[in-house]
Every structure is written in C-alpha cells, then in structure tokens.
Design a binder for this molecule. Structure first.
Ligand SMILES: *Cc1c(COP(=O)(O)O)cnc(C)c1O
Length: 415
C-alpha cells in the first residue's frame, strides 16, 4: 500500500486487483487505475480518508455472505431478535462493535451500527424522533449543511417542513438566528452538523435553545466524529438526543453510518433502521466498524486527530499569508473554505485545473454565493487523508504554493 497504517509490515494484499483481473480484466483493470490515481494524487477532499488494511480485510471477509436481519441484543423473550439462524458469532461481533463505540465516545448512549450510510442514519434518526410534516430547523446546504438536512431534492426536504438558520456574513453559525427561528417556527427538531463548516459547533448552546422550545436536538457529526473521538472538538454526547455519523471520514473506518441515541430512544431508533429503512445489515462492514472503533481507542488516534487539525491550521495560514480570503478567516477543524468570490474564475474551474495537476479537491458554495451551485465561488480543502499518508505541515505548505501557482495561471487566462 502507498501508506503505512498497520502495526506490522503489510500483510493484506490491497493490490487485489491483480487477482480480480484474472476473472474480470475490465473490473480489475479499472480498480488498478483508480488505485494508481489515488497513489499518485494529493487528496484534499475533506470527506475522504484511507482506512487501515485491517478494516479493508474485514470488509472483504466471509461476513459478506451472512444474513442477520434484526438485532443481537436480548429482548424481553430472552432470545435475540434475529430473523435468521446461524447468527451466534455475528451477534457477538455486533454487540462487541456497539460496546466498543460506546467506549470511543465514553458514553452510555444506545448505539446502532447497521445504517448503510450517513444519509440512511439521518433518515432513521428523523423517523425515530418526529413524523412526516413536522418542522425541522437546520443549516441549509449552501451554508455548509448536508443534502439530508432539508434539501428540496432530498427525502428530508420532501417529507418534512424544513426551515433554516443561516451563517453570518463572516461565515460563522449565527446562534442568534438559531434562537430567533426556533421561537418563530417552533420546530419539533433542531438539527446541526455540516459538510463544509470550519469552526467549532457549540452543541451546548444548541441544546439549550432546543430545550427552550420543546424540540428534540439531533447532531450529525459525520465530518468531525474523528476529531471528537480524538478529543480535539467538543463532544455532543450529553447534549443531543440523537447523534448520527459516517464512519469513513475523519473516523477513518469503512464506508457506513452509525446512530447514537439516549437510552430511552433505543427501541425507536432500532425500528427506524430495521425494519423501517433497511433489511439485512452489512455484517462485513460492521466488522470493519468494530476494527475502526478499536483503532479510535488507540492512543495513536488522538495524535492523528491532533495532527489533522494542526496541519489544517498551517495549511490555511499559508493561504492567508499569500493574501487569500478564507471563509470565517480560518479553521478550528480538518477543513477550510478558500473563497474565490473576488477572483475571475469559479470553484469548478479551480477544481478541474487542480485535477489536471494531480491535486484532488472539490468546489463548494461560500456564504452569500453569487455563482450557481454548479460553478460556485469556493473550494473545500481538508487535511484528514494526507495526514493519514504522513504529510506534515511543510508538505501542506508546499501544496498551498502549488495551488497558488494554479490560481495565478487561471487569473492570467481569465484577464
Ligand atoms: C457525508 C455526510 C453525510 C452522508 O454520508 P453518506 O454516507 O455519503 O450518505 C451526512 N451528513 C453529513 C454532515 C455529511 O458530511
């Protein structure tokens, strides 16, 4: 593999495309091309990361052959609530996975590790708390929220009455606006969490507003879960009723979702995942989630999380030194947004030109966006994946100067 994350020398053959090529030259060949693209590129997409060989191996294990609809926990009957035989070891694994996640976040919340993705975790989280037609107050997509936080093209925008709070003109979540809108709209649920927000989110302040209007409070920590686990972002546990996450972003695990809930909401959350939203759980992914939780408990994960944030500050500061505008003027977490609204080209153009130069990042809206969502006036830049690959501050500084050179080229061309 092109980075080292395991304890010993690489024992797992991540180059398994050679094996696949014997059966399908097309599929194996495309995986090989993607492997080389990943290996040769500087990966700055804030939502991506590289999981360990152990997680990859769990994902490709025999658990992929097993059906286990239902849950492992012992219910009132004294039996587990699975709908299939042969689940003895799967039950132990899934319970171990849940217990280990409780240790990661030092919590007694109920855990459900079955959601196939972060979006499905949100689908089930809403279902557990409110009914269709109820009002959710959340951060809109163009201010840094996620598709599942109420976008009109997503289930959330179609099933629920969505109202939004905004960021202020500097790009910070405006807590006064949250309070005002909570009082005006009296939502059943207040939601926070983001895909493109570079500052600390004040979960305590949100929970107090939610309490004052009798709303449930849900946190989607998909992006920052690894930072919370590593102790470099405040935790929502104790404040939120339901917490959802992905496991593949800063947590560095397999692609998937996870839900935490206050113990009294356990049954509602479980039934909102299975049988409401999903059938059989992906037990091979759940095994990967268990390995990921163990890795997050290792002291080295704290160091990793701290490095991600330190590297991000160094990277962001270098752009500021070169005179660039950054949304909110800086960063507290693993990402920042470069604001191109004063420049003669769009986020899409910079994304494409970076792609041609072996740097992968993505276009993103900025506050008070004037270009269309397909063009945008910003790019989102994250440090989690390259920190996994061993980049230090000086490496990010070098990349900042490479992006600066690309921007100068684009300015010249668009004069
Ligand atoms: C990435 C993300 C999700 C969704 O995750 P998927 O696994 O892609 O469905 C949900 N919420 C937020 C805030 C995210 O950033």
């Amino acid at each position: 593999m092109f980075y080292k994350q395991g304890k010993d020398d690489n024992e797992y053959n991540v180059n398994n495309f050679e094996f696949i090529k014997k059966y399908s030259p097309t599929v194996g060949g495309l995986i090989e091309k993607e492997y080389n693209r990943q290996k040769n590129n500087v990966e700055l997409i804030a939502s991506e990361n590289y999981c360990s060989e152990a997680v990859l191996a769990a994902n490709g294990s025999c658990l992929c052959w097993k059906y286990a609809e239902g849950y492992p926990y012992v219910r009132t009957s004294g039996n587990t609530s699975r709908y299939y035989g042969g689940t003895e070891f799967i039950d132990q694994l899934e319970e171990y996975c849940c217990d280990t996640w409780r240790k990661v976040f030092n919590t007694d919340y109920h855990v459900n590790v079955q959601p196939h993705s972060g979006s499905q975790a949100n689908f089930s989280g809403y279902k557990a708390l409110i009914k269709p037609g109820d009002t959710i107050l959340s951060l809109s997509l163009d201010n840094g929220g996620h598709l599942t936080h109420g976008s009109s093209v997503n289930f959330s925008g179609k099933l629920y009455n969505m109202v939004f709070y905004d960021v202020d003109e500097n790009g910070f979540i405006d807590m006064e606006d949250v309070r005002r809108k909570a009082e005006e709209y009296r939502p059943q649920l207040i939601m926070t969490g983001a895909s493109a927000y570079s500052r600390i989110i004040d979960f305590k302040a949100f929970s107090e507003i939610a309490k004052s209007v009798g709303a449930y409070f849900m946190v989607d920590m998909a992006h920052i879960a690894g930072l919370i686990a590593g102790g470099v972002h405040p935790s929502p546990f104790g404040y939120a009723d339901v917490i959802t996450s992905t496991t593949h972003k800063t947590l560095r695990g397999p692609r998937g979702g996870i839900i935490f809930a206050r113990p009294e909401l356990a049954k509602k959350v479980d039934s909102a995942v299975f049988p409401y939203a999903q059938g059989g759980p992906l037990e091979h992914i759940i095994a990967g989630k268990a390995v990921c939780a163990e890795e997050a408990l290792d002291p080295s994960f704290k160091e990793y999380a701290k490095k991600v944030v330190d590297n991000c500050k160094v990277f962001c500061d270098e752009f500021i030194k070169m005179g660039y505008k950054i949304v909110t003027g800086g960063t507290d977490n693993h990402l920042f947004l470069l604001d191109l609204s004063d420049l003669p080209f769009s986020g899409r153009q910079l994304q494409e030109r970076c792609d041609e130069n072996g740097i992968t990042l993505n276009k993103n809206c900025v506050p008070c966006e004037k270009r269309s969502p397909k063009e945008t006036s910003g790019v989102r830049i994250g440090t989690a994946p390259m920190t996994t690959r061993g980049f230090e501050g000086e490496d990010f500084i070098e990349v900042a100067h490479r992006i600066d050179a690309i921007i100068k080229e684009l300015i010249e061309e668009n004069k």
